[in-house]
Design a protein around this ligand. Structure first.
Ligand code: ZN
Length: 301
C-alpha cells in the first residue's frame, strides 16, 4: 500500500467517526423529527442526486424544500457527506432514495435513516426492472436507473405516492403536478425515440458506463472505456481505438464527474472529439434532450 493511500483511509475513518459522534448526539437529543409533517406546511425532502431534485420540485411544487445529499459535480459512487448536512436531514419529512444500489446509499442510507425515525423512506427504484452486471465497476446491479426517461416516470410516480403519504391534505395538488411532469417525460421519450431512430446510431463509446438504461430503451449499446472503475490499460485503449474505427464512431463521451485522459487519447487516434455529457445534471428534461442529440450525432452509420 502506498503511503498516500494510507492517508486517504485515515481521513475516511475520521469522517466516519465524526459522523458516528453526531449520530449519537442527534439520537440522545431526543428523536428529532418525530412529527412527519412540519408545522409550517413545508415538506422537506432529502434526495441523493441532482436529477431527483427536479423530480421532487416538480411534484412538490411550492410545498417542497429539497436537501440534496450528493452535490453537483460530486461522484455518488465515492462521495462522503460532510457532517454539517446532518442538521438538514434530521428535519426531513421524506428521503427519496434512488434505491438501485448506488454506493452512497449503500454506505449512508441506514445511518441517515437512524438520525430521523419519523422520516418516510421512498424507494424510487420500486417497479423498475434493474439491469444486472458483473463488470465495468458495478457489481450486482447497474445503479444508474434515472438516465432512462421511462424509469424517471416510475421514480416520479413513487415520489408522488410519498408526498401523498406524508401530506395527504394536498394529495390532489401532488397528483396534478406529477401528471403534468409525467406528460413532459412522455414527450421527451417520444422525441428521443424519433431522434435516435432517424440517426441510425447503434453504438456509443462512453468513459464511465452510466447509460445502460438509456441504451436499453432506445436500442443502443454502450462501449465503456473505463475498466473496473479505472483507466484502461494501453492494450485496452488499442482495442477500443479499433472498435471505434470499425463502428465509425466520431465522438467519445466523458462526463464532468470523471477524468477522461484515455477518452482524449482514443478521440485523437480516431480523429474525433470528446464531448462531455452528465448523467447527473439537475435540469433533467433539458439535459436528457441534449444528451440524446449528442448521441444521435456520435457516429457515421
Ligand atoms: Zn456510475
Amino acid at each position: 500500500m502506498e503511503p498516500q493511500d494510507r492517508g486517504n483511509i485515515t481521513s475516511r475513518s475520521l469522517v466516519a467517526a465524526a459522523f458516528a459522534v453526531l449520530l449519537l448526539t442527534a439520537a440522545t437529543a431526543g428523536c428529532i423529527g418525530t412529527d412527519r409533517h412540519q408545522q409550517d406546511g413545508e415538506i422537506v425532502v432529502a434526495v441523493t442526486i441532482p436529477p431527483e431534485q427536479e423530480f421532487v420540485e416538480r411534484v412538490g411544487g411550492d410545498h417542497a424544500r429539497v436537501v440534496l445529499l450528493v452535490p453537483p459535480g460530486a461522484d455518488p459512487h465515492t462521495y462522503e457527506p460532510p457532517p454539517g448536512i446532518l442538521a438538514d436531514v434530521a428535519k426531513a419529512d421524506m428521503y427519496a432514495v434512488v434505491g438501485s444500489g448506488i454506493e452512497f446509499e449503500l454506505a449512508w442510507k441506514d445511518k441517515i435513516a437512524a438520525l430521523n425515525h419519523g422520516m418516510l423512506i421512498v424507494d424510487c427504484s420500486r417497479g423498475i426492472d434493474l439491469i444486472s452486471t458483473g463488470e465495468d465497476g458495478h457489481r450486482g446491479t447497474d445503479p444508474h436507473i434515472w438516465v432512462s426517461p421511462r424509469n424517471a416516470k416510475v421514480m416520479v410516480e413513487n415520489i408522488c405516492q410519498g408526498f401523498i403519504e406524508v401530506d395527504p391534505a394536498n394529495a390532489d395538488e401532488y397528483r396534478r403536478n406529477a401528471d403534468a411532469y409525467l406528460e413532459e417525460l412522455d414527450a421527451l421519450d417520444r422525441e428521443i425515440t424519433g431522434a435516435l431512430a432517424r440517426s441510425g446510431v447503434t453504438k456509443i463509446m462512453v468513459y464511465h458506463p452510466s447509460w445502460a438504461y438509456f441504451a436499453r430503451d432506445y436500442g443502443l449499446e454502450q462501449i465503456p472505456i473505463e475498466n473496473e472503475g479505472k483507466e484502461p490499460s494501453p492494450r485496452g485503449i488499442e482495442h477500443l481505438i479499433e472498435q471505434a474505427k470499425e463502428e465509425h464512431i466520431t465522438v467519445v463521451f466523458a462526463s464532468p464527474e470523471y477524468s477522461s485522459r484515455s477518452a482524449e487519447v482514443i478521440a485523437r487516434e480516431i480523429g474525433g472529439t470528446v464531448v462531455l455529457v452528465s448523467p447527473l445534471a439537475k435540469d433533467y428534461l433539458a439535459n436528457m434532450r441534449h444528451v440524446a442529440s449528442a448521441f444521435a450525432e456520435s457516429s457515421r452509420p
